[in-house]
Design a protein around this ligand. Structure first.
Ligand SMILES: [Zn+2]
Length: 370
């Protein structure tokens, strides 16, 4: 809460809120780092001051959605530091202590057991915000079949799935993620990084295709996309395309995520002071300059409301159920109507023509049912 004193009375102005839906804590040997709550807290424990197109804005990171890197890191003997039960429960306990944090359950597809994740979700109802997959760490192709039992659980518990996505043809190839997501079209699947280490076009193409065809429920996050490029041409072009799909405005498919505290956010030897605020400032400035009259609304959607709806409020679950019920009633009504028409046609037909003996009709008459 920011207090501004104007004249006699203090005015309480709520801070602008954000959700960072891609965060980590734990051991990450690639960077020789052990990220603790202290690292998270030092970045977003207090309000962050952004510079949005020259205007200072004090903002709150209301929530960070965290996955435990211990479940994605192997020790020297090639054993995972923590398994799906111990690592995810530890993160859940952490989140109970710090309400700003909400936990993903990390799925060790290829190494773990989907039954572990089912047990966690059953015993801790509504506590995990989503499932997290990192196919590059486990070197398991997304279209290998190892992920399907986990996706079934995501479907059952209505949980979004965050997939690290990477280069085309890799274990975490965006096209392979799309292939899997098509088998579970109700499950929201987020392409983290929109294809890390690429020009993002393959990931963006599958995201847009999923919207146009409705064959999967894909999303993308902003982490490392156009990083350090203040113009942010990829995200700018993507937002414009999402605003103008044949299904109308689909900007709800883009979510702000940072991947902090990895890399320049806080890795030893890589850390850049103030990088978190700079990264978020660059993104909001790009929107402010290019989407003028809609800028505030759009910024708040991508940086707060989209994640709030997808992971927390989850109206999409109710809508899916409503749609299913509505679809069933429409089909039943259509069948009843068709039955009525057919009945009356049959009635009229039998009044005027003699009955045909069906045993004398050629086989092609029955193909429509066969
Ligand atoms: Zn990550």
């Amino acid at each position: 809460m920011k207090i501004t004193v104007t004249g006699e009375r203090p005015v309480f102005k709520p801070l602008r809120q954000n959700i960072d839906m891609h965060w980590h804590e734990g051991i990450w040997t690639t960077e020789n780092a052990h990220y603790t709550h202290k690292d998270s807290f030092s970045l977003v424990g207090k309000p962050v001051t952004l510079n949005i197109n020259g205007n200072l804005s004090e903002e709150e990171i209301k929530y960070i959605f965290v996955s435990n890197l211990d479940c994605m890191t192997f020790d020297q003997n090639h054993n995972l530091i923590k398994n799906e039960l111990t690592g995810n429960l530890e993160m859940l306990d952490e989140c109970k202590k710090h309400p700003q944090k909400k936990a993903y359950a990390v799925c060790q597809a290829g190494y773990g057991d989907p039954k572990n994740i089912e047990k966690l979700l059953r015993e801790n109802p509504d506590k995990f915000v989503g499932l997290k997959f990192h196919p590059m760490v486990f070197q398991k192709d997304v279209n290998s079949g190892a992920y399907e039992p986990y996706m079934k659980i995501a479907e059952k518990y209505n949980l979004p799935c965050l997939f690290h996505s990477d280069k085309t043809g890799s274990f975490a190839c965006p096209k392979k993620i799309y292939e899997l997501a098509k088998k579970f079209p109700k499950v929201p699947v987020i392409l983290a990084h929109l294809g890390a280490g690429t020009n993002h076009q393959d990931a963006i193409n599958v995201l847009l295709d999923s919207i146009e065809t409705g064959r999967a429920n894909l999303y993308g996050d902003t982490s490392w996309v156009d990083c350090k490029n203040q113009e942010m041409p990829t995200l700018k072009a993507l937002i414009k395309r999402l605003q103008n799909t044949s299904k109308g405005d689909q900007t709800q498919r883009l979510l702000f995520g940072s991947d902090a505290p990895l890399g320049e956010f806080g890795a030893p030897g890589k850390k850049i002071e103030g990088f978190y605020a700079q990264n978020l400032s660059d993104f909001k400035t790009m929107i402010c300059r290019n989407f003028k009259e809609n800028a505030d609304k759009l910024t708040d959607k991508i940086c707060f409301y989209n994640a709030k709806e997808l992971f927390l409020d989850k109206n999409w679950v109710k809508n899916t159920k409503y749609l299913t019920a509505r679809t069933v009633s429409i089909i039943l009504a259509a069948l009843a109507l068709a039955g009525g028409i057919a009945g009356s046609l049959y009635f009229n037909h039998t009044k005027t023509t003699p009955k045909t003996d069906i045993t004398t009709l050629p086989a092609r008459h029955f193909q429509i049912f066969g």
